[in-house]
Structure formats: C-alpha cells, structure tokens
Design a protein around this ligand. Structure first.
Ligand SMILES: Cc1cc2nc3c(=O)[nH]c(=O)nc-3n(C[C@H](O)[C@H](O)[C@H](O)COP(=O)(O)OP(=O)(O)OC[C@H]3O[C@@H](n4cnc5c(N)ncnc54)[C@H](O)[C@@H]3O)c2cc1C
Length: 303
C-alpha cells in the first residue's frame, strides 16, 4: 500500500517541484544521490574507484516533453564520457530512453542513443540503457537490439518481476547484448508481473542462471544477500569465473555488502546518480524500503 502510494507520488510534478527546491529535502536526497552537479558525481565516482568499485554515472531525468530537452540530455551524456576519460575514472554511463525523447518519437530517440553509443565505443566505454515502466519495455528492447546490431558498446536492463523477461533475455542474447538483471522498481499489474517477493526472487535466480553461462559480461544488480549468495554459489558450482560477471548496487545502499563483495574479490559497480531531476528516483528508493520513509520523516521534522 505504502509502496504503491510512493510510486504514484513519484510522478507528481507539483510535489517534485516542492521537494527538489526545499533545503531540507535536498540535503536528505544525498543519501541516494551523489549531488546536483557532474563535479559532485565525479567526486563520488572517485571515492568508489578508490575503494575498488567501478561506477555507472547517470544524469537523472525522465519523460522529457521537448526535442530540445532530449538533445540537451544527449549533450550531457556526451560530455560525461569526455570527463570520464579526462579524470581516468573506471566508469561507464546509464541513461533512460524517456530522457532521450522516447515519448516524442522512437526514431528521434534512436538517433540520440546511437550518437551516445558511438561516443561510448570511441572511448572504449559502454552505455547501459536503464529499463523503465512496462509501457516502455517492448520499445526499449527493440531499440537496444537495433543499436546493438551497430555497436557492441550498448546493453540494457531486464527486470525479474516481468513474466516476459526470460523471452527478452533470450532475444537480447541472440544479439550478443550485455544485460543488467534487477528485480524491477515500478508498479506493474498482475497480468504482466509477479507481485510476491518469493516469485520475483525465484525468477531472478532463474534468469541469473540463463545469463551467467551465456558467454557475455552481465551485471547482477541487487542488494539482496540471498540473491547474491545464490549467484556466488551457482557461479562456483558451474565454474564461472569471478571475472566473467559483475555485481551492481545503488549509491548509498548496503555499503557493508559492497565492501564485503570487494574484499572477497568480486567485481562490483556502483550506480551513481546525480542531477537536478532526482525526485522520481528518490521516491522509488523510498518505495523499496518502507523503513526509509520513517527515517526521512524524522529527519525532515528535525529540519
Ligand atoms: C545498479 C542497479 C541498477 C538498477 N537499474 C534499474 C532499472 O534500470 N530499472 C528498474 O526497474 N530497476 C532498477 N534497479 C532497481 C531494482 O529493480 C530494485 O528496485 C532495487 O535494486 C531493490 O531490489 P533488491 O534487488 O535490492 O532487493 P529487495 O528485496 O528490494 O531488497 C533487498 C535488501 O536490499 C536493501 N535495500 C533494497 N532497496 C533499498 C533501499 N531503497 N534503501 C535501503 N535498503 C534497500 C534492504 O536491505 C533489503 O532488505 C536497479 C538496481 C540496481 C542495484
């Protein structure tokens, strides 16, 4: 109930404006967001690299409504690759198609993605296309396959809560596509998505077992100790090397687990979001863990 309310509120423009301009809530966002500027994100990425973790930088934003805003997002991403190279960071880039104009036109969006993926390829880097709500799934998979047919520098994300995900994984693997596997962060109806944690987790394990032996370098993105333990156990059983996949976690979540994975010699990438448009991302993080809400309300009341 609380989760679905928070996810609905994450789309509320008026609330977004109030929360992102309020000093207290802006400070609180730093729990999950590296900052509002690329400089702050670079500092966070540097700290991750120094602790033995790779990074994926995401300039937050979604559902742009003008061509100019989508082009501005494209330019920001091109600049991030330049900065990664200048700073010699161990980092790639994640972005959302609705930030690159998918709501305006698939062809237009694809052109922007292609130019970002080409820049990624030119700097021996990588572009990860995040997966958004299910209204975008088909278009995202199709677009990523077309771009992947042109360059190996692009990959995407599959969510274990969707029934369709196993088919999508086989489809993407037939294009040699690298996949980030996660559980899924949006509110989806029962006719297309598992609702119980046990079912989502069960599918996560099934999909992990399809991805890991596929011969491509995938990301297992979770903070769930049971999913992580099962991945480690199964990879060892199948003699899949630690170098053949990476774990991924979000900035600010389960730092204890992050350190433990690095100590145990696993590759770990931290998703480092930054930018002014942090409200929907922040609300999804609150929705994932009801205990976060109490923590934020107490901090807000303290000012
Ligand atoms: C690198 C990365 C990229 C992602 N990209 C996408 C994407 O493109 N599309 C998409 O739909 N989703 C994405 N997600 C979010 C994902 O789908 C889940 O919503 C999120 O990771 C929580 O699921 P979990 O696997 O951690 O398991 P859960 O069962 O939700 O949580 C397991 C444990 O992790 C900890 N935890 C989880 N979330 C939080 C939180 N917000 N605050 C504090 N502790 C928490 C708690 O200890 C919890 O008990 C991504 C996640 C990661 C790690």
């Amino acid at each position: 109930m609380l989760r679905s309310t928070l996810l609905k509120l994450s789309e509320h423009k008026g609330l977004a404006h109030w929360v992102t301009t309020n000093g207290t809530t802006r400070r609180m966002s730093h729990r999950f967001v590296a900052g509002e500027t690329l400089d702050e994100a670079v500092a966070a990425a540097r700290a991750c690299n120094d602790a033995g973790m790779a990074v994926s930088l995401d300039c937050l934003g979604e559902n742009v409504s003008t061509i100019a805003d989508a082009q501005k997002a494209r330019d920001t991403y091109l600049g991030i690759y330049d900065r990664i190279a200048q700073e010699k960071l161990n980092a790639n880039v994640s972005c959302k198609l609705s930030q690159l104009g998918l709501d305006l036109s698939v062809e237009f969006c694809e052109g922007l993605v292609m130019s970002i993926a080409e820049r990624a390829a030119a700097s021996a880097n990588f572009l990860r296309i995040d997966m958004e709500g299910s209204v975008y799934t088909q278009r995202t998979v199709e677009l990523v396959k077309r771009v992947r047919a042109q360059t190996p520098a692009v990959g995407t994300v599959i969510q274990s809560y969707l029934y369709r995900s196993e088919n999508d994984i086989h489809d993407l693997l037939s294009y040699g596509c690298r996949v980030r596997l996660c559980k899924g962060a949006y509110q989806e109806p029962t006719d297309i998505a598992f609702q119980s944690k046990a079912d989502v987790d069960g599918n996560f394990v099934r999909l992990m077992r399809v991805l890991l032996p596929s011969g491509f370098y995938h990301g297992i993105a979770t903070h769930d100790p049971r999913m992580i333990a099962e991945t480690i156990r199964w990879a060892a059983e199948k003699r899949i090397s630690k170098d053949d996949f990476e774990f991924q976690m979000l900035y600010g979540i389960r730092a204890d687990l992050q350190r433990r994975l690095v100590r145990d010699g696993f590759h770990l990438r931290i998703y480092v979001p930054f930018g002014m448009e942090w409200f929907p991302y922040f609300m999804r993080r609150l929705a994932e863990r009801p205990a976060n809400v109490g923590f934020f309300v107490r901090n807000f009341l303290r000012g």
